[in-house]
Write a protein that binds this ligand. Structure first.
Ligand code: HEC
Length: 116
């Protein structure tokens, strides 16, 4: 096999992994579903614990506010600036709401976003 062919073979494998929607695709944000505020939320929360702790929740916005306040008051999370706090809460309340917990399959596939 010459170098060009070998390169193509490697590339094909990478493309296949991406197409299958495996870990490789969503890894950077610890499997957070896409949405406005994802990167900010990841950056704000992942320093202390896995996003698995977050992904397994299905909470109202009020409950997310309480959780965030608890992180700040008791767990040593730096208080986010008000505008950033709003973005984080908007994101969490949208993708991890009681109606649409991320792990619950739903008909329109929101829970599977980013996983073709
Ligand atoms: C400074 C560290 C720190 C940061 C930053 C942080 N957390 Fe936490 N978080 C913790 C610790 C420590 C626990 C475990 C607390 C316990 O179980 O007593 C925890 C637990 C949790 C839990 C589990 C609560 C439960 O009922 O088991 C959730 C949900 C959570 N964090 C959400 C978040 C979110 C959302 C963010 C970002 C907005 C965040 N955390 C940022 C330290 C942090």
């Amino acid at each position: 096999m010459n170098a060009a062919k070998a390169g193509f073979a490697v590339l094909s494998v990478i493309v296949c992994i991406g197409r299958n929607g495996t870990k490789a695709e969503t890894m950077p944000w610890d499997d957070l579903p896409p949405g406005e505020g994802r990167e900010l939320t990841y950056a704000s929360c992942s320093g202390c614990h896995s996003m698995m702790l977050v992904r397994q929740q299905g909470l109202t916005r009020e409950a997310w506010e309480d959780t965030l306040d608890w992180m700040v008051a008791e767990q040593g999370m730096p208080e986010p600036a008000p505008a950033l706090r709003e973005q984080i809460l908007d994101y969490l309340a949208k993708v991890f709401s009681p109606e649409r917990p991320y792990f619950t399959p739903d008909p329109d596939g929101l829970g599977q976003v980013g996983r073709p």
